[in-house]
Design a protein around this ligand. Sequence first.
Ligand code: 5GP
Ligand code: MN
Length: 328
Amino acid sequence: MTVMNDWVPAKELLTPAQRVIILTHISPDGDAIGSMVGLGNALMSIGKQVIMAVDGGTPSNLRFLPGSSEVHSNLDGVTADLVIVVDCGDEKRIGKVGEAARLLNLKWINLDHHATNTGFADVNIMDPAFVSASECVLRLLRWLGIDPTVDAAQCLLCGLVTDTLGFRISAVNAETFGLAQQLMAAGANLTMIVQNTIARMPTSALRLWGQVMPTVQIKDHVAWVHLTLAAKKAANYSDESGDGGLVSFLLQADDVNVSCVMKEQESGKIELSIRSKPSFDVSTVAFSLGGGGHKQAAGATLEGTLDEVEARVIPLLVAVANSTSPIT
Ligand code: 5GP
Ligand code: MN
């Protein structure tokens, strides 16, 4: 999708709306919950009623965010004037709350930064140059003249910190630090965010890493590993709490340009988490597999066994990993 900066129509939809539903993607991360709750808090601060929802509610690791306990897991009995979806480039990824919201026959705004965004809303604000959906939210708030409260700033900075892996991805530029400066000046606590997100993993994830590390495969500049249901069970690990960034860890190997973690789900499907070093683009491979994401971080969910998915996906990743040279 091309870049869309429909700030004016977004304002036209938002200004008269009194009750606003805000949704984000399933398996929400720090940017998904941070952007949703940050925007929700900011809109409440100017007198709007806000209903926030995501399938499964707020994951336990993100409940440190102020206001995250007000996030619902369904839209039962809800009426509203407008739907805003944050951090989601594909309507299917909103899951059941998205289906419920469609039944309300409302206008939709999408605030996002996924290069693979399908433009599913009435008004789409999407720029892959935004390092996080929370950057998109903050820019909308600036455009609307709304100063983030301390709580909104905390949530939006969480999105900025987690999606940039602590200001380390190549999309980070001088303006990113300007956004972070604004949020910290508004009262956001960087240490609290870092300690609860990028500097933390569940102990069960560490046990899982210990189990699967000997099974990591490296070939033609691609590193990958299977997370079987059996391994997850043995480590007492659940996907909901996060794997501590295993796929990013694999990518650090100096001979690796693309990494992939293949997670077996209870449903029998295989969830792929894919990462690449700057100059290698994995978003198009993910999109071709029915998923999506960013150039350097993408994913998809596929039918089949781990071995079948591996046989299908690894040649595609090998092609990307050998398409150019890494920046050194
Ligand atoms: P992660 O590996 O952290 O789960 O996902 C990396 C990126 O890819 C995130 O931006 C996430 O939203 C996106 N992504 C992961 N799986 C899918 C998918 O099935 N569909 C789409 N559209 N995006 C996905
Ligand atoms: Mn994001």
